[in-house]
Design a protein around this ligand. Structure first.
Ligand SMILES: [Zn+2]
Length: 398
């Protein structure tokens, strides 16, 4: 018999304690004052192919088109969207030509949502070139591309990178043209909506993710050297990622491989070179948690160089240290747990009532099957999804 009581959904999430500990990369280290001479620009495709410079915007776009024109059987160029100022947000889609019955998982690399963190921008262009030029000659790359579809977006905040004009990255900034931090601007699965409206760069990325269902991804940053795995919205004590052990193993493999080439890399945050994002510092409305939660994409944040604007004379060295790890990380898609486990993105029942919510102590939960009192006193602050009589209920502890 239908219940006559209309139960209100009180799934309000009020993360009032939003005191954010800002990551080191929120406050640029000294290298921001680098003189432009250490950021040599490639003004032609030929100069860019020397791999010791950053591209001008025009050379970047030309190179992405050049890949598609040179290797038409292996790749094509997608436009994810355009920035506030109308620059292109591009993605090169690569896969092998071998016909087989394998369903190929989709893997996504995306870099430089913070426009001044440009090492990853260079890495991604060089990775495109390496994958395409090695297909058919390297058994490793050939096999990889025959089994996976690799999407690479080298630059997701072009307005930030070319803030000083299309000819230079010397005046690149963290923010987009509306002066908004794109990595605090995604829908937050665990809390409030972002303070500012979701920016065109992120709307385009959200749409791209929704269309492609990437199995695994990474987004590249700079300012530190550490593998930052989910969650960013919680410490691991408050809410560990259900696949935290897998994330640690993946991160360790990346770091260990780099250390075969340089033992001191990935040591500035901690000695192991990887960390749960929230244990480093908690952020909300970041991209990583959005992708893991809403799209079931295994995504982590790679901080690939302590210097945000790595001087061009160091680009080769950093590439040599990390290129093997960047390729190996793509292969991890085959080791990924089949799907994000239950509980990652639970459907929160609407016909439940929680009061008071948020709370610090006892909370009463009413479901169609009955009510239950839960004591949150001994739990750390955060958002909890607690099954009550078989119904997932969202409760906020202040
Ligand atoms: Zn960053």
């Amino acid at each position: 018999m239908k219940k006559t009581v209309i139960l209100l959904c009180l799934c309000l999430v009020t993360l009032t304690a939003r005191a954010q500990v800002l990551r080191p990369d929120a406050f640029p280290p000294q290298d921001e004052t680098l003189d432009a001479k250490s950021l040599t620009m490639a003004n032609t495709l030929e100069e860019m192919y020397q791999w010791n410079r950053y591209p001008t915007y025009d050379v970047y776009v030309e190179m992405m088109n050049h890949f598609a024109e040179t290797y038409p059987a292996l790749c094509h160029l997608d436009t994810i969207g355009t920035s506030v100022e109308g620059r292109l947000i591009l993605s090169l889609v690569m896969t092998g030509t071998e016909e087989n019955d394998l369903s190929r998982p989709k893997f996504f690399y995306t870099s430089t949502m913070h426009g001044d963190e440009i090492t990853g921008f260079y890495f991604m262009l060089r990775l495109c070139d390496t994958l395409l030029s090695s297909y058919g000659t390297s058994a490793e790359i050939t096999n990889l591309l025959n089994r996976v579809v690799v999407y690479i977006n080298p630059l997701s905040n072009p307005d930030g990178t070319y803030r000083g004009g299309n000819h230079t990255v010397a005046n690149s900034v963290r923010y987009n043209a509306n002066w908004i931090d794109l990595n605090r601007n995604y829908p937050n699965p665990f809390g409030e909506e972002p303070l500012d409206s979701i920016q065109p760069e992120n709307l385009a990325m959200m749409d791209y993710a929704a269309r492609h269902h990437f199995a695994m991804s990474a987004n590249l940053h700079g300012g530190s050297e550490v593998m930052n795995y989910p969650w960013d919205s919680f410490t691991s004590y408050e809410r560990p990622h259900p696949q935290a052990e897998w994330w640690k193993a993946v991160s360790k493999r990346y770091v260990d491989t780099c250390r075969r080439y340089n033992s001191r890399i990935f040591t500035n945050v901690n000695s192991q070179g990887f960390i749960a994002g929230g244990d480093w510092y908690v952020i909300y409305n970041g991209r990583q948690d959005y992708f893991n939660y809403y799209h079931h994409t295994y995504e982590l944040t790679m901080e690939v160089s302590t210097s945000k604007k790595l001087p061009t004379e160091q680009l080769q060295r950093y590439w040599n240290i990390q290129s093997h790890s960047l390729i190996n990380y793509i292969k991890e898609v085959f080791n990924a747990p089949a799907d994000q486990p239950e509980g990652i993105a639970p459907h929160v029942e609407a016909d439940c009532r929680v009061y008071p919510n948020p709370t610090r102590g006892w909370v009463t939960v009413e479901t169609p099957q009955g009510s239950r009192n839960i004591n949150l006193s001994n739990r750390p602050a955060g958002v909890y999804i607690i099954p009550v009589e078989g119904h997932p209920v969202k409760i906020t502890k202040l």
